[in-house]
Design a binder for this molecule. Structure first.
Ligand code: NAP
Length: 471
């Protein structure tokens, strides 16, 4: 998503020599990799679209993953991006030598670049659970982001580990066709109810005839999302958070009839502390007669299924691991070397960081989209990437105008940003007492801890006093 955006916008502003490196043989990032049953985006589709490429054909308010994949391919094609992509060639290293970057790829190619934009994504490297005996399982076993579509599910005994957004979507989708379904829950999740109506043909025709209506809808959705959610998650005491909590609680009370199951599904932390799960039908799914919620700790996996701490063996044909992602990787495993031989691996040895999530001291003319500690999880990442790219383009302009050869954030600015960020994080809902992928090794949310409006303001124009320029 962010790589396509970069190519389009850079070319629009006159850059002719733009190469996009894609290790796979197809574009799409998250939407190419995640094809599990039930996958959809829980950001409304007219908001989860590029601002410059509204799509009248979205089928639903929250459209499924394959539609998003097709949309991204369509945008890339119609904006002539495809010819700039090198497919099937993984970037292995980027090295700065005082003037420019040398990009090396797995195929042995070496290319020079004045600027490098890392659009490598956040939720990309699957996190496999460390469960004893996992490899001994005789059935089919795969991660949610590596779904094996060759495996038949109909009538099978299916187990799902994990109750994040992925696990919940999988369960809701497959329950009606599998023989039995066991959901292994380590931590209960709050579920935000959400209707997902489809757009009628008439509405789509109207969007086609009046594209302005899509823009208005996008703005309206963006405003609603920002005010009611994005701006509010950073203040645990906000009235909006209380409202979200109430909606989730009511959803649980009114949707789950069996009091024992209801208590098993009731989280013991505040709603939106973990990334909020949005689902119209998870509670329906988990109450089906062929579904069971397993809350006993998983002890080990055996050839025939999953053994829980109470000694029970849950026999399975298929085991899906919806266990999330390693969220601290970003550009890695690429080897990135900046000024004076500085290695990114060493700079990020403790944890990844960057000034405004975009620039790393000592790494000139390297900029990240959806980099560390940015607004992730609770916003449209397309909006985020568009704002970041407009900011990055202003930095590139400084170099192109001849004011310097290269620029990156100063150590002082990066440290100040990190200090302020860590302090502000204390007030967020993410630090109200739960374990989640937002929290880094210190328990500090690796996320933008201020209102989204502040992010917009900071992205409007760079403060060049925070940057070091090289001659
Ligand atoms: P996730 O939110 O990190 O959830 C992972 C789940 O696996 C958690 O329930 C976790 O339990 C469980 N788990 C991990 N290791 C385990 C183990 N060893 N034993 C038992 N359970 C284990 O991952 P995700 O569901 O893939 O979602 C990741 C993010 O992707 C989301 O938060 C969201 O930002 C994005 N996403 C978005 C959508 C969308 O609709 N836009 C859809 C899917 C994903 P604990 O809670 O106890 O750690």
């Amino acid at each position: 998503m962010a790589g396509i955006l970069s190519a389009i916008k850079l070319r629009e502003t006159g850059f002719r020599n733009v190469t996009v490196y894609e290790k796979a043989d197809r574009i799409g990032g998250t939407w190419r990799e995640n094809t599990y049953p039930g996958i959809a985006c829980d950001v409304p589709s007219h908001l989860y679209s590029y601002s410059f490429a509204p799509n009248p054909d979205w089928s639903h308010r929250f459209s499924p993953g394959d539609e998003i994949q097709a949309y991204l391919e369509d945008v890339a094609r119609s904006h002539d991006v495809m010819e700039h992509i090198r497919f099937g060639d993984e970037v292995t290293s980027c090295e700065f030598d005082d003037r420019a970057w040398t990009i090396a790829t797995a195929s042995g190619r070496r290319a020079r670049a004045d600027f490098v934009i890392a659009a490598t994504g956040v939720l990309h490297h699957p996190k496999y659970p460390d469960i004893e005996g996992l490899e001994s399982f005789e059935g089919a076993c795969f991660h949610s982001a590596r779904w094996d579509h060759g495996v038949q599910l109909d009538g099978q005994r299916v187990g799902v580990v994990g109750t994040g957004s992925s696990g919940v979507q999988i369960v809701s989708d497959v329950v009606d066709r599998v023989g039995s379904l066991a959901l292994f829950q380590r931590t209960a999740q709050w579920i935000m109810p959400q209707e997902n109506p489809c757009y009628t043909e008439e509405e789509k025709r109207d969007f086609r005839l009046h594209p302005d209506r899509m823009r208005e809808l996008r703005d309206e959705m963006s405003r609603g999302f920002t005010e009611n959610f994005s701006n509010a998650v950073v203040d645990a005491d906000s009235p909006q958070m209380a409202m979200v909590e109430e909606l989730c609680r009511k959803n649980l009370e009114t949707s789950v009839t069996d009091p024992v199951l209801r208590e098993k599904l009731r989280p013991d932390y505040r709603a939106a502390c973990k990334r909020l799960v949005i689902s119209p039908d998870f509670y329906r799914a988990i109450q089906q007669p062929n579904a069971k919620l397993v809350t006993e700790r998983i002890e080990r996996v055996e050839p025939r299924g999953v053994r829980t701490a109470d000694g029970r063996l849950h026999e399975l044909d298929v085991l899906a691991l919806a266990t999330g992602f390693r969220v601290d990787r970003f550009l890695r495993p690429m080897r990135v070397t900046g000024l004076d031989g500085r290695k990114l691996d060493q700079v990020w040895a403790e944890r990844p960081g960057a000034y405004l999530s975009i620039s790393i001291p000592g790494f000139p003319n390297l900029f990240m989209l959806n980099g560390p500690n940015g607004p992730v999880g609770n916003f449209s990442l397309i909006d985020v990437a568009e704002l970041q790219l407009a900011y990055i383009q202003q930095l590139i302009e400084v170099v192109v105008a001849g004011r310097c050869c290269g620029l990156c954030a100063s150590e002082e600015a990066a440290e100040r940003f990190e200090r302020d960020r860590t302090e502000a994080a204390k007030r967020t809902i993410w630090m109200s007492g739960c374990r989640s992928w937002y929290l880094d090794d210190r328990g500090v949310p690796a996320a933008w801890p201020w209102a989204f409006d502040r992010f917009r303001e900071r992205m409007a124009a760079p403060d060049l006093a925070d940057y070091e320029m090289t001659a």
